[in-house]
Design a protein around this ligand. Structure first.
Ligand code: XMP
Length: 517
């Protein structure tokens, strides 16, 4: 396995993704883990990520010295290259010329890392690479034993290597897709230079994960809060395969789910897979507590609190349960170096199934802890879950509660559910569902005047929202075809009595958020 040390770059998770796509298991840890941890981890290779700091300043992050003493190959990327250079006796300076974005670099000589990897060749037969640069500092003098392996006009040392010690470093970012040969470079490093076996594959993983769960829980019983979302669904399928009837799922219908969602969850899990699922219809209870509440944060809190309440009540009926399973995934677990230095601003409080274990006195079972979202999806498919469920857009924990502006009422939820279902159906039919990252309808509790037939109408408004994004931190509104929007609008107004106007949200994030509350 490969160890990635994170210096806080926004791209660090991409390094891990690329390594795993090369079928090699890797973990990402903060740069300041101690020597003992690294020795025990026993990596076949180490990658040092990029980061926002400057090695030219005092007290900025450095790699633990043991990284260069273990005798395993090391790849430094961007800041990782700079700290490697500086720690091994080279020089790093603030560049006059900062380089951001696309760049062309020339691969030099025959380094084991870049040999025969190129986008094209120049007249002298040197390989040229299209890469992504993002740096202010640069290495200006090589440490002893190193040679230049890549360069361009702006950055004379855009790559360096000490082939004897198998230390490699790149100023550009092979992990981003803009670096066209990045995948080949990372694959070269992990397979040929580190000698890592390509054994991280889904079929292998299923067997391994099943065995691990069996070993961990033995004959104990396990409870899982099943929401119908991707993560908890995959946990349910995995645990069902591993421990069958020792698993009981609790599915809470809070009255804020999408159209027919409860039936779909029960069909998929209880009827088709034979999973034990307790279906709790708590919608009346949720609606009662939400009555009269208009503040978005207050609504989120109530929904979160009610969920815990209902879940606790149900789990009390399963006194033999020893474990609480959760759909925690790797990005939730990673404590990035970035998060350590800057506290992300809390724009909205996110309530997911969580915060339960202390009060329940159950042990935590988190079988997806080491997987990225796309690996979770692959696992879901490998376990036989329907493609449509596994590749569904994300749905917030508070559900329609944050898509009904202001006070939540059962009547509004019903209207919204039907409008939303029409929108999603048309997106799927037109092939746009896969081209958008998230799409939904929002209920606006304002009435406007319309005319239908010969009559005047005075009814509610629905807004449609469809966005495209990589990370949900920033997002573009989707440029859906007018014909599609027209069809959706027509159908909603004709089929959902109570709505006479449909608008399309054309706000990006930032400054708007994806959800309206
Ligand atoms: P925003 O609205 O913050 O949404 O741009 C970003 C992503 O997070 C989802 N979201 C939530 N998910 N509980 C959740 O589990 C929440 O309270 C919540 N609020 C927003 C949103 O759907 C989008 O994918």
């Amino acid at each position: 396995k490969i160890l990635i040390l994170d210096f806080g770059s926004q791209y660090t998770q991409l390094i891990a993704r690329r390594v795993r796509e090369a079928n090699v298991y890797c973990e990402l840890h903060s740069f300041d883990v101690d020597a003992e941890f690294i020795r025990e981890f026993n990596p076949v290779g180490i990658i040092l990520s990029g980061g926002p700091a400057s090695v030219t300043e005092d007290e900025t992050p450095r790699a633990p010295q043991i990284v260069f003493e273990l005798g395993v190959p090391v790849l430094g990327i961007c800041y990782g290259m700079q700290t490697m250079a500086s720690q091994l006796g080279g020089t790093v300076e603030n560049a006059l010329h900062r380089e951001f974005g696309y760049a062309e670099v020339r691969a030099q000589g025959h380094s084991a890392l870049l040999r025969d990897i190129q986008d094209r060749a120049n007249e002298q037969g040197h390989g040229l690479l299209d890469v992504w640069m993002s740096h202010g500092d640069k290495v200006t003098a090589l440490p002893e034993g190193f040679k230049v392996i890549a360069s361009n006009a702006a950055t004379a040392i855009a790559g360096m290597a000490d082939e004897a010690r198998r230390f490699y470093a790149l100023q550009f970012h092979p992990e981003v897709t803009h670096s066209k040969q990045g995948k080949a470079i990372i694959s070269r490093f992990v397979h040929e230079i580190c000698g890592a076996a390509a054994d991280w594959t889904m079929p292998n993983y299923v067997d391994e994960a099943v065995a691990r769960v069996r070993e961990q829980v033995g004959n104990d019983e396990v409870i899982l809060g099943l929401s119908g979302g991707v993560d908890s669904s995959v946990v349910a399928a995995l645990l069902h395969k591993a421990i069958g009837t020792q698993l009981t799922c609790v599915f809470v219908d809070n009255g804020l789910l999408r159209l027919n969602e409860a039936e779909q969850v029960m069909d998929t899990f209880a009827r088709n897979l034979g999973v034990k699922v307790i279906h709790v219809d708590a919608s009346a209870e949720f609606m009662k507590h939400l009555g009269g509440v208009t503040d978005p944060e207050q609504k989120r809190k109530i929904i979160g609190r009610e969920f815990v309440e209902v879940f606790q009540r149900e789990s009390a009926k399963l006194p033999n349960a020893k474990w609480l399973a959760q759909g925690t995934i790797y990005p939730d677990v990673i404590e990035s170096a970035g998060a350590k230095t800057k506290k992300a601003h809390a724009i909205k409080s996110h309530h997911n199934v969580g915060g339960l274990p202390d009060t329940l006195h159950l042990k935590l079972l988190e079988p997806l802890r080491e997987l990225f979202k796309d690996e979770v999806r692959e696992l879901g498919v490998a376990l036989g879950l329907p493609h449509e469920m596994v590749y569904r857009h994300p749905f917030p924990g508070p559900g329609l509660g944050v898509r009904i502006l202001g006070e939540v009422k059962a009547e509004f939820a019903d209207l919204l559910r039907r409008a939303d279902a029409i929108f999603i159906e048309e997106l799927r039919a037109s092939g746009w569902y896969e081209k958008t990252s998230q799409a939904f309808a929002v209920f606006l509790p304002v009435k406007s005047v319309g005319v239908m037939g010969d009559g005047r109408t005075y009814e509610y408004v629905v807004a449609l929202r469809a966005i495209q994004t990589q990370d949900f931190m920033t997002a573009h509104w989707a440029e859906l075809p007018y014909s599609l929007l027209g069809k959706v609008s027509n159908r909603i107004i004709n089929e959902v009595r109570g709505i006479n106007r449909v608008v399309y949200d054309i706000s990006g994030k930032p400054p708007a958020t994806i959800e309206w509350e």
